[in-house]
Design a protein around this ligand. Structure first.
Ligand code: C5P
Length: 223
């Protein structure tokens, strides 16, 4: 049994990565955070001082950067060209710019290519916005995870505080999350949308364990 491909999509801060990590651990699957890949490209664009409208230069960055994941103690570590960026990719300046960078067609093409390679052998839980629709359209398990904007902002706020990440107010966080959802849902290439065959899971009133259990049951039924 080589393991299934599990696609988890949904809007910002719906709890995808927390749940995806736990599900991967439970089934001994690999976890891949595709948002971290778009964030790493964005960080490099910012670091190099590239004009956010210069699509050609941005596409070049996406093709050149080397993004690696390594399991860490409590979180997955992310490396950009060999340098650890686990925390840097969570900074507000990255969150503010990532949707624009992720809307560049060549950036999506390159990330999608790398993500398919990572998922090729199966036994993977991949989370993002377009995994079920575009990256792995044949994944046997697809989850579309949603929660109210207020609840998502609240969770992110608590998480930022716990991790010691510089955070804005709850209200500002909610506004930023809603703005990012809007940009991700209205872009031309692979917008955030539920795949026809995805299971919709509203986590507003569910605990992390309850969500993990629901997804685990779906995986077991599919295996
Ligand atoms: O998941 P996370 O919130 O870290 O993703 C950051 C951003 O990366 C999203 O707001 C979206 O613009 C982009 N993204 C994407 N496609 C994915 C994953 C993330 O466009 N599969």
């Amino acid at each position: 049994n080589k393991g299934l491909q599990v696609a988890i999509d949904g809007p910002a801060s719906a709890g995808k990565s927390t749940v995806a990590k736990l599900v991967a651990k439970k089934f001994n699957y690999v976890y891949c955070d595709t948002g971290a890949m778009y964030r790493a490209v964005t960080l490099e664009v910012l670091n190099q001082g590239i004009d956010p409208n210069d699509e050609k230069a941005i596409a070049e960055i996406a093709r050149q950067v080397k993004i690696d994941f390594e399991p860490g103690e409590s979180e997955q570590r992310v490396f950009l060209n060999g340098e650890e960026v686990t925390h840097a990719i969570r900074l507000p300046k990255v969150a503010e710019n990532v949707s624009a960078i992720a809307a560049v067609p060549e950036v999506r093409a390159e990330m999608t290519r790398q993500q398919r390679q990572i998922a090729e052998k199966g036994g993977i839980v991949m989370d993002g916005r377009d995994i079920g629709t575009t990256v792995l359209p044949n994944a046997p398990v697809k989850i579309f995870m949603v929660a109210s904007a207020y609840e998502r902002a609240r969770r992110r706020y608590v998480e930022n505080k716990a991790k010691g990440i510089d955070t804005t107010s709850l209200e500002e966080l909610q506004k930023a999350i809603e703005l990012r959802d809007k940009k991700d849902s209205t872009r031309k290439v692979s917008p955030l949308t539920q795949a026809a065959d995805a299971v919709r899971l509203d986590t507003t009133n569910l605990t992390i364990d309850e969500v993990v259990d629901k997804i685990s049951q779906i995986i077991k039924k599919t295996q």
